[in-house]
Structure formats: structure tokens, C-alpha cells
Design a binder for this molecule. Structure first.
Ligand code: CTP
Length: 400
């Protein structure tokens, strides 16, 4: 298998007996003409020598954060910027904990914190360290924030114990990298709106809603991974967005509409955003001061409906327009009404009262509604909903 011409990987080797496998990994990557620059942590250098690493990678090996020579030649920021992937193999419990806590106290952890590229951890550790709830919590946090993990695999461990803890084999890691960087396949343009919108009351205050953007981001991510050309128009959200997805950050419903108008040739539009129905009429340009005798009254004006705008396009209507419906009651009837009034093709409806963790949570429980079909989907992760939706979209587009 040939992964990708010109791929550049920054390999961080942290402390662990599996570090010896990283030498084989470098050899495999180099055979595929992938440039591999290596950062060797203090722990990593206990297991492999800088000399063997640089002999195999044919590159200088980086070890210290505050090395003046390195900082002038190649700063830690630049090291992460000029590579396509940061691979931590082996990834010890310690480096995972540092990454999860945002601690940057050596070159490797500083690179991880400053990175704007995909990061892949290949953990290797004692089974109890891996199963420790603290490690599991760290891994979950990192996964939730779009860090990638491969392994660990079960088997005999160097410490004499048995269980999950072995670093994945170099060939397996290589294949996983291949799947991350595989060539684009799905030749469609997808627009996704996600997150809330914020409407200013004054420069300090706003009205918004509880949407985290997670469901829309998951959809954008799955389409991107399938090779689609994805534009994500995103309201204020703290979620980490995968590299390479085109993101337009907006704040208000009007900003969102303007951003949508700038996207051409959309094949599929998915409006997952929780757009505020109202804006504040004449928001104050300065902070409204508290006055015990005079409680401000807010006057609203109606915001544009973006889904409706897209559905009603005459010449440039996407082949498929998909809306969401957040309801608290009469789920199916309300959603069907929205499908009709907004002239979209499909609606994904959910009852936001049924699951108290729906906002910002991992899972979602939705009903998929078309003009002549109502399909309740089993409760599952937002990623699985995204996958299910993507496969329906692809089928629909390819069949049309
Ligand atoms: N939507 C939109 N622009 C708006 C309001 C909603 O694009 N100004 C889209 C949402 O992205 C979603 C669908 O319309 O795909 C339904 O949104 P929802 O908030 O459930 O419904 P509303 O139309 O706002 O109606 P209501 O608040 O009365 O339920």
C-alpha cells in the first residue's frame, strides 16, 4: 500500500519498552517515502538511542525544548506546523495524561499542546495503568476532542502481566495512518451548519441556546472522512474541529446566512445548527448598566430561516436539503410540519426533554422523517447517527 506522496510525520517516541517497535515503524514509513522527524522524550531515550533513530529517519532527532540552536533552526511550533500528522508511539500513560491536562513541560508535550494537526496516539503500558480510571478518563477526554488512538492490543506485556497494553504493531499503525490520509473518494460538496447562534443584547450579553454543535460536527467529520468536500458553518462552540475541514465561524443567524450565501454548488445541505429564531432589535453599542428601578425590556426581531432559504433556492437548490427539529412535545407532527413549511427533503427530529444530557452529550436519540417515511432510530452515539445519515445521503445521491 502506498499512503500518500509527500506525507510528513512528526513521531514522538515516549518512554516505554515498545519504543524499539518505533524503529521498525520509522523503517516502514521511510520505505513509503514518508518524511519522519522524531522527537525523543527523556523516557524514550532510555529505550532507544538518538543515534539509531536518526540513522533510520535520516533526520536530526529533537530532544530538548530549550535548546537555543533548535529554537533558531526549528522551533517547536514550526516542528508541528510543517508535519501532516503527529504520531505518539509508544504513548505512555504519562504523556497521555500530560496531553489531556494541557501540561507542556518538555518538547514533546509542548508540541502536543501547540499542535494544529491531527494527533495519533499508539498507547503502550502496563494493563493496570491502561485500565486505571484516570487513564481511561484521559483517553476519553482526548477522543472526545478528536485525538486519534490506535490500540493498545491485548497480549503478554513486557512487565510479565497480560492484558490490554501492547502497542499496536508497526504495520497496523502504518495501515491506520493510511486510512487517515487516504485519497478523496466522494465527489460531492456538503454544507453543514452546526452549533448555536448568539444574538447580542449589548457588547457583553447575548441570548443563545444550549447547542454544543457536536452532532453537526460529527456529520461534517464523517462526510470529510468519506472524501466529500465539506464546509462547516459553525456558531460559537468549544469543540475541536478536525484539521482540513473548511470551517466558517459565525456568531449570529445573519452571519450564518451570509456565510451560506458564499458557498457555491452545494450538493447536500445539512442544517444541524440551533439558530436563534430572534435577534435583539437595536442591541446597545455600550454595556447596559444595571438600574434597580429600570429593568430593561428586550425587543426581538425575527431572524432569517437559513434552512428555508436553502430549500427555496430556485436555480441552485442542493439535491438534498436536510433539517433538524428540536422538539419538546408532539415530535413527529411538529417535525412533519417543519418538513412541509421549510420545504426540506428530510428532517432529523429529536425530543430534547427526553434525554437531559442531549446538549453536549455523546448520544442522541432521533427520528428520521421524510415525506412518506418515519423511522425511529435506536439511541446511539452522535457519530453513529452521523454515519447512518451519511450512508442514506450517499445512497440517495448516487441513486438520483
Ligand atoms: N433553522 C434555520 N434557521 C432558523 C431557525 C431554524 O436554519 N432561523 C433550521 C435549523 O437548523 C433546523 C430547523 O430549521 O434544521 C428546525 O429548527 P428548530 O429550532 O427545531 O425549529 P424552528 O424553525 O426554530 O421552530 P420552533 O423554534 O418553533 O420549533
Amino acid at each position: 500500500m502506498k499512503i500518500n506522496n509527500n506525507l510528513k510525520i512528526l513521531l514522538i517516541i515516549s518512554g516505554g519498552i515498545a519504543a524499539y517497535k518505533s524503529l521498525e515503524l520509522i523503517r516502514i514509513l521511510k520505505k513509503d517515502n514518508i518524511k519522519v522527524q522524531v522527537v525523543l522524550t527523556k523516557g524514550g531515550a532510555e529505550f532507544v538511542t538518538p543515534l539509531s533513530v536518526s540513522a533510520l529517519s535520516e533526520e536530526k532527532v529533537y530532544q530538548k525544548l530549550f535548546s537555543l540552536k533548535n529554537e533558531t533552526e526549528m522551533g517547536h511550533i514550526q516542528l508541528s506546523r510543517e508535519n501532516d500528522l503527529i504520531l505518539v508511539a509508544p504513548a505512555s500513560a504519562n504523556i497521555i495524561a500530560h496531553a489531556a491536562a494541557g501540561i507542556a513541560n518538555d518538547l514533546a508535550t509542548t508540541i502536543l499542546l501547540a499542535a494544529n494537526k491531527p494527533i495519533l496516539f499508539a498507547p503502550s503500558m502496563n494493563v493496570e495503568m491502561w485500565n486505571n480510571p484516570i487513564t481511561q478518563k484521559n483517553v476519553k477526554f482526548l477522543k472526545d476532542n478528536n485525538y486519534n488512538f490506535i490500540g493498545p492490543e491485548p497480549g503478554d506485556l513486557a512487565c510479565g502481566e497480560e492484558g490490554d497494553g501492547r502497542m499496536s504493531e508497526p504495520k497496523t499503525i502504518y495501515k491506520y495512518i493510511g486510512s487517515m490520509f487516504k485519497k478523496k473518494k466522494l465527489n460531492i460538496n456538503v454544507l453543514v451548519t452546526a452549533g448555536p447562534t448568539f444574538e447580542a443584547i449589548d457588547p457583553v450579553r447575548f441570548i443563545g441556546n444550549r447547542s454544543s454543535g457536536k452532532q453537526g460536527i460529527a456529520i461534517a467529520k464523517i462526510f470529510y472522512e468519506l472524501g466529500a468536500n465539506v464546509t462547516l458553518i459553525l456558531g460559537p462552540s468549544s469543540q475541536k474541529i478536525p484539521e482540513n475541514i473548511k470551517v466558517v465561524n459565525i456568531e449570529t443567524a445573519y452571519d450564518m446566512l451570509e456565510a451560506v450565501k458564499k458557498v457555491n454548488n452545494i450538493d447536500v445541505a445539512i442544517c444541524a445548527a440551533a439558530v436563534s429564531d430572534w435577534a435583539i432589535k437595536n442591541p446597545s453599542k455600550i454595556k447596559i448598566k444595571k438600574n434597580k428601578k429600570n429593568i430593561p425590556k428586550i425587543n426581538f426581531s425575527l431572524n432569517p430561516d437559513i434552512l428555508e432559504y436553502i430549500s427555496n433556492q430556485k436555480n441552485n437548490r442542493p439535491k438534498l436539503v436536510i433539517g433538524f427539529a428540536a422538539e419538546t412535545n408532539n415530535l413527529v407532527n411538529n417535525a412533519k410540519e417543519k418538513l412541509k413549511s421549510k420545504k426540506c427533503d428530510w428532517i432529523i427530529a429529536n425530543n430534547v426533554l427526553e434525554d437531559p444530557n442531549i446538549f453536549g452529550g455523546e448520544n442522541n436519540s432521533v427520528t428520521f422523517i421524510t415525506r412518506d417515511n418515519i423511522e425511529p432510530w435506536d439511541k446511539c452515539s452522535k457519530t453513529d447517527i452521523a454515519k447512518k445519515l451519511c450512508s442514506k445521503v450517499i445512497k440517495e445521491i448516487l441513486d438520483s
